[in-house]
Design a binder for this molecule. Sequence first.
Ligand code: NAD
Length: 364
Amino acid sequence: MKAKITLLPGDGIGPEVIAAAQKILEKIGEQFGHEFKMDSQHIGGIAIDETGGALPNPTLESCKKADAVLLGAVGGPKWDDPNASVRPEQGLLGLRKELGLFANLRPVQPHPELMGASPLKESYLEGVDMLILRELTGGIYFGQPSEKRINENGEEEAFDTMIYSESEVRRIAKLAFEIAGERSKKVTSVDKANVLESSRLWRKTVAKLSEEYPEIELENLLVDAATMHLLSRPRDFDVMVTMNLFGDIITDESSMLTGSMGNMPSAALGEDLNSFGKPRGMYEPIHGSAPDIAGQGIANPIGMILSTGMMLRHSLGLSEEAEAIEKAVDATLNAGHRTGDIAREGEVALGTDEMCEKILMNLV
Ligand code: NAD
C-alpha cells in the first residue's frame, strides 16, 4: 500500500514523540511492504512563530490531501498570554473543524503490568476496558457568541455558548450505539441535564435514538456523578459518550486508570473518506505538550505509538500491522521497560528514544 500521512509535531514534547511514531511507521513499512509518504508541517505555537497563524494554509492543504494525520501536541507557556489574539489551540480546533472530525475515540484499558502506576487500587482496575467517545466539533468550544466585554459596571466580563443541535447529538450517539454493538453492548451517556438546556436536548435525543438499538443498554449519568463513578466502578463502563467539554475533562481523569497520560492514544474521525474509502482521521496522544519535561528526551512515546496503531487500523485498514504495534508495546512493558512517568521507585527510567528502540525491537 502507498499512503500519504501528514505529520504535525507541534510544540513541546510533540516533536519528540512524533519522531518515535515516524520510526515505527518506517519499520512497519519495511516489514509489511508499505510505502508511507510522510509530509511534516507546522501547527500551534511553532506555526505562530514561523507564519503568524496557528494553522497555516500549507498545513491545512497537506492534511486535506493526506489519508491520515498524526499530531504530537500544541501549546506552551511561550504562547500563553491571555491577551494574545492568536493561540496555539486555535490550530488544533481549526483543524478538527476543517476536517469535520466530530468524534474522538479514546480507549481506556489499564495495562496489567502498569496497574501499580495508577493511583487506584488494582482491585478496581482489573477488567477495565472502556471507550470514551467525545463530541469534538460542537458545544462550548465552538459555540458563538464567545466574548469578553466591559459590563455596565465598567467591569470586564466574559461568556461562552454551549450549543448542540439535534443532528450533532444524533451523529455522535449513533456512533456510540454502533461501536457498543461490537463491544459489550452498553452505552453510558454523560450530561448535565439537571441544569443545562443543551444537556436536556442531548439526553432526549440519545433516548430517542436508543429505541433503534434495543439490544444496547443505555445508562444516563450526570457529569459530576460520572467523575465519581469512573473511579468507584470503572469496570461497569463499556462505551461512554459525552459532549466536548465534559469529554475533555473525563478523558484526562480516565487516563489515571492507566497510570499516565503518556500511555493513552486517541483517534478523531469524521465523515470524510480518504483514498482508501476509510475515514480521514487525525490521531494524537491525549497528553499535551508537557512543557515541564520538553527538550529533555524523557517523554513517554507509548500514547503516540498506540495512536499510530489506531491510524493504521481505522484510516488505512491495516489491522494486522496495528496489532503488531500493540503487541510490541505489550511485550516491551511485560519485559519491564519503563519511562519516568510510569516507573515505580527503584525502576530504571528509559528516555523517549530508548523506549522507542525497545518497542522497535519487539516489532516482529
Ligand atoms: P500535559 O498533558 O502537557 O501535561 C500534564 C502532565 O503530564 C505534566 O506533568 C507532563 O509532564 C505529564 N505528561 C504528559 N505527557 C507525557 C508524556 N508523554 N510522558 C511523560 N509525561 C507526560 O498537560 P498541561 O500541562 O495541562 O498542558 C501543557 C500544554 O499542553 C498547554 O499549553 C496546553 O494547552 C497544551 N495541551 C495540548 C493538547 C493537545 O495538543 N492536544 C492537549 C492538552 C494540553
